[in-house]
Design a binder for this molecule. Structure first.
Ligand code: ZN
Length: 438
């Protein structure tokens, strides 16, 4: 008799466990049991019926038993959709499939066997493998959009330029609930003749694929008078020592205000989600310190660069971004480094440039390291603004700094209404340096 069942089913590509057979004569196990021969083989890589014959010889008589093993394929193929499973498509456009793949445990890649039916509000993908196992998956289609895009001007709505200077449009941003990228579809009409005094109007218009429109206007005044405060000035908002939960609140404000900024981060505070968001929303990341421990980073120039490189690698790993923008802990003017290595800052300011970094101190303080109210921070910042081209403001996006978060919308509003532009620090931003004291 066979051990186990006489009829067995095995899933294709699974292992078949031979359970063997045993023989007995008049109730006694035969010693020849170990001599039972098996004829036939099970190929679990192929569906079908396999017959195994077990035979044993006893007293010159051969006894045989058989087992039928059926290798079956009961697993349905798996269809995977590329792109979004709920797809917005323009009512005027034909459906363009973002792609799909179909793999079967037995048939392999049967993507070309998938049938695609495009209906009004869904696309249905069906497939059947050789063994008759079926799969179906749907992609939902949304073909209706009644919401207009949002067109936001970067820079001021009224912009002054000096006669005979060159007009450079600060640009715009577009967001639409439905269309992915409308920025290229914005039409700008009107022209600025910078050689002639006067007021010019530029009109910006955009329509989404469903025909929902939105627009904005900018007045450009060509003048031979001194430019009003803020015109031709850029404020670079910078936040040190993050990430923290305040970073998230700051990102929310910047997003709402369509303002870009720069985050000088500390390695031990990094949170991958926040770091990715900073990059995704168009801000820049600067190197501040991995540990922010003065006694360590200013113990030698090599200790300083080790610290910066550790931080740089962490940032790269989390975001893919390799940044060369740097802010010394304490600023390049710090005196605290003197107690660890006299003269180190004088060496470092040159060496960072030699290694291709750009370093940024600040020329507007917010005072947000001490106990301070949002109103005081606002006062500190706006009193530091004037008619220079470049203002780098120093804030700290650390956990305790609710006041910084409170002050930020007011500072942005003040800047915008006084003609300032906001931007993030990049490698082309003019560097702002303090005087070195060590
Ligand atoms: Zn710092």
């Amino acid at each position: 008799m066979v051990n186990g069942h006489e009829k067995l089913t095995v899933e294709v590509n699974n292992q078949y466990q031979e359970q063997g057979a045993s023989a007995s004569y008049k109730g006694n196990e035969l010693t020849e049991n170990k001599k039972i021969e098996v004829a036939g083989k099970v190929d679990t890589g192929k569906t079908g019926e396999y017959v195994l014959i077990y035979s044993v010889k006893h007293n010159g008589i051969t006894s045989k038993v058989k087992r039928v093993v059926e290798v079956v394929d009961t697993q349905a193929p798996i269809i995977t959709l590329e792109g979004e499973t709920k797809l917005n498509i323009c009512p005027k456009d034909d459906f363009k499939d973002p792609g799909f793949k179909c793999l079967d445990n037995y048939d392999g890649d049967i993507t070309d066997k998938v049938e695609v039916k495009v209906k009004k509000d869904e696309v249905i993908y069906t497939v059947k493998d050789q063994s008759g196992n079926k799969s179906q998956i749907e992609r939902k289609l949304n073909r209706k959009d009644e919401v207009s895009p949002e067109l936001g001007l970067l820079g001021p709505k009224t912009l002054y330029i000096s006669v005979n200077s060159q007009y450079k449009d600060p640009g715009y941003e577009v967001y639409d609930n439905f269309d992915k990228d409308l920025k290229d579809k914005v039409k700008v009409s009107g022209q600025v003749d910078a050689s002639k005094l006067g007021e010019y109007v530029l009109k910006y218009e955009v329509a989404d694929c469903s025909g929902n429109k939105s627009g904005a206007e900018r007045k450009v005044i060509v003048t031979d008078q001194p430019l009003p405060q803020g015109q031709n000035s850029t404020i670079y908002l910078t936040f040190d020592d993050g990430n923290s939960s305040k970073t998230i609140q700051i990102l929310d404000i910047l997003k709402k205000e369509k303002v870009k900024a720069t985050f000088f981060v500390v390695g031990t505070n990094l949170k991958p989600d926040i770091m990715k968001r900073i990059v995704a929303e168009g801000h820049t990341i600067g190197l501040h310190s991995d540990t922010h421990k003065y006694e360590q980073i200013y113990s030698s120039t090599s200790a300083f660069f080790n610290d910066i490189e550790t931080l740089s690698n962490k940032i790269k790993e989390m975001t893919g971004v390799e940044t060369k923008i740097l802010r010394f802990p304490g600023g390049s003017s710090n005196a605290v480094s003197k107690s660890y290595t006299p003269g180190i800052m004088s060496v470092l300011v040159n060496e960072v440039h030699a290694k291709g970094y750009h370093y940024f101190d600040w020329n507007v303080g917010s005072g947000d390291t001490g106990p301070i109210s949002g109103d005081q921070i606002f006062q500190n910042v706006v009193s530091g603004l004037g008619v220079k081209e470049t203002y780098v403001t120093l804030f700290h996006d650390i956990e305790k700094n609710q006041a910084t978060v409170d002050a930020l919308p007011k500072i942005i509003e003040y800047g915008k209404s006084h003609g300032y532009q906001f931007d993030k620090i990049t490698m082309t931003t003019p560097e702002i340096h303090h005087g070195v004291t060590n």
